[in-house]
Ligand binder design. Sequence first.
Ligand code: ADP
Ligand code: MG
Length: 306
Amino acid sequence: ATPTAVMVATGVGANNGVLIKGGDALERAQKVKYVILDKTGTLTQGKANVTAVKVFNGMGRGEFLKLVASAEASSEHPMARAIMDYARHFHFFEGSENQKDPNFGWLMEASEFCALPGRGVQCFVNGNQVLVGNRKLLIENGIEIPSHVENFLIELEDSAKTGILVACDRELVGVLGVADPLKREAAVVVEGLVKMGVKPVMVTGDNWRTARAVANEVGIHEVMAEVMPAGKAEAVKSFQKNGSTVAMVGDGINDSPALAAADVGMAIGAGTDIAIEAADYVLMRNNLEDIITAIDLSRKTFTRIR
Ligand code: ADP
Ligand code: MG
């Protein structure tokens, strides 16, 4: 393609909300064999909702939610935002009368807050150690998950929800179920990629059961789950091994090493700045259809018509 053709294609991309950082990235996209898609915030809306709350130790629902929200207050994770919104709503609309005063400090102060990538959060609330996260987090802390809790987790996960465990002072106190709906266009885009001869793969830090349920819904057959942030870049490299051109689509901080490792990194425009910086493409409309637009644009620009 001539420099003019590249310039025109870059302009066409920009007009469609597809920002392309340079001619090399534009050229590589035509050869994409695999598109690795992050789950949370990429295939899904990243707007999670709490759909279930179970408290085990006799603690009141309001008290439990206040504890969890206090622990999650400093987290920027989509799960944390969902929990905060739900707890806030519960507190102000369903909580006891005296707590409806908006000036009432509804959160308790958390100290020594620590975000644990791929696991959850840890902190101290009122001098009690609080853990909020997945199985891995609890197991690492030597907290046992009884079978009735495990059964509840499985039930949530098989219906594409994420189970979030809460422990206080090394005792499991409750579980929340969180649902993050697929983006409306997700299934159509997956089908479109397959039709173009591109293989879609889902990668996520979430657990295997939830991952499989979401992948089923969206029509993806190849899944990698319980992947730690560094593991996402490894996943990209494993698909590049046989010389294939690999695109990665992601939105999170934990996607940025994989976006950088991919031949074509595509960041969701609504994603974190770090992901946008690491990517070659930015999909400004946050619409997955633009993955197809980007590959098409590259193919049309670089396929010589003889
Ligand atoms: P993803 O690849 O889906 O973006 P992450 O690596 O961010 O996933 O997180 C993996 C898992 O760790 C989540 O599915 C969740 O179970 C748990 N987790 C991470 N951060 C939090 C948090 N702030 N609160 C509760 N759970 C969390
Ligand atoms: Mg994500």
